[in-house]
Design a protein around this ligand. Structure first.
Ligand SMILES: *[C@@H]1O[C@H](CO)[C@@H](O)[C@H](O)[C@H]1NC(C)=O
Ligand SMILES: *[C@@H]1O[C@H](CO)[C@@H](O)[C@H](O)[C@H]1NC(C)=O
Ligand SMILES: *[C@@H]1O[C@H](CO)[C@@H](O)[C@H](O)[C@H]1NC(C)=O
Length: 190
């Protein structure tokens, strides 16, 4: 027999259960979620840096960390992996203002043509960008005059960064393969 009290209790139980289930749908680990105004101004910044890739010399900043047995025999050095901590400066001279380092690696990822996989962070050490990072992941067909690569994220001033970079070889020594590369960075951020 359903008495008014038992109906009331059942309703209360339903209410309780629905509260428990709705509060348990992922909310245990979601800290907050809110609509961010579409009017939030996203800006695009353009930076120009020179990237100093020093492979040979007393203080190399690009070192080979891995290669395949067939790498030396490959015309494109397929399989070569080079770790870098390359200086970034405002001008092509290595004593011009230093703004940060390009840290990460590049690897020969193409058998037929010269093509590198680039995976690196531009770690800023100068001025208001000090400590901020732009993360780059891309394909670098070394012999092309302009190579475009993706900006896949960032840190600090570059949170939510997206965009692209264009690399142009400014100078390269045919014997040592040391190179200075101009990077134009087009980064959207808040
Ligand atoms: C490839 O060549 C480099 C430099 O000439 C040498 O140091 C390295 O041992 C060679 N690697 C292989 C796997 O033969
Ligand atoms: C800077 O460049 C000059 C001239 O090209 C060169 O002699 C010198 O070794 C370079 N310094 C470093 C730290 O690479
Ligand atoms: C950049 O930040 C680091 C760590 O906070 C600090 O030690 C360094 O002096 C700063 N450099 C410049 C050029 O502001």
């Amino acid at each position: 027999m359903a008495t008014p009290t038992s109906i009331f209790c059942s309703l209360l139980l339903l209410l309780f259960l629905s509260c428990v289930t709705s509060s348990d749908q992922g909310n245990a680990y979601l800290i907050s979620s809110r609509i961010v105004s579409r009017a939030t101004a996203e800006k695009q910044s353009h930076f120009r840096f020179y990237f100093h890739d020093i492979v040979r010399g007393p203080n190399p900043t690009a070192i080979t960390v891995a290669e395949a047995p067939g790498t030396n025999a490959s015309a494109t050095l397929f399989g070569l992996v080079v770790m870098i901590d390359d200086l970034l400066t405002t001008g092509p001279e290595n004593n011009s203002r230093s703004v940060g380092r390009a840290q990460g690696f590049y690897a020969s990822a193409e058998i037929e043509k010269m093509g590198l996989l680039m995976a690196m962070n531009f770690v800023f050490t100068d001025g208001k960008y000090n400590g901020s990072i732009i993360a780059i992941l891309g394909h670098n067909e070394l012999l092309s005059p302009v190579r475009e690569m993706s900006i896949v994220g960032g840190r600090g001033m570059f949170r939510f960064a997206h965009g692209y970079v264009q690399a142009r070889t400014h100078w390269m020594d045919q014997n040592t393969h040391n190179a200075i590369v101009e990077y134009n960075i087009f980064v959207n951020h808040y």
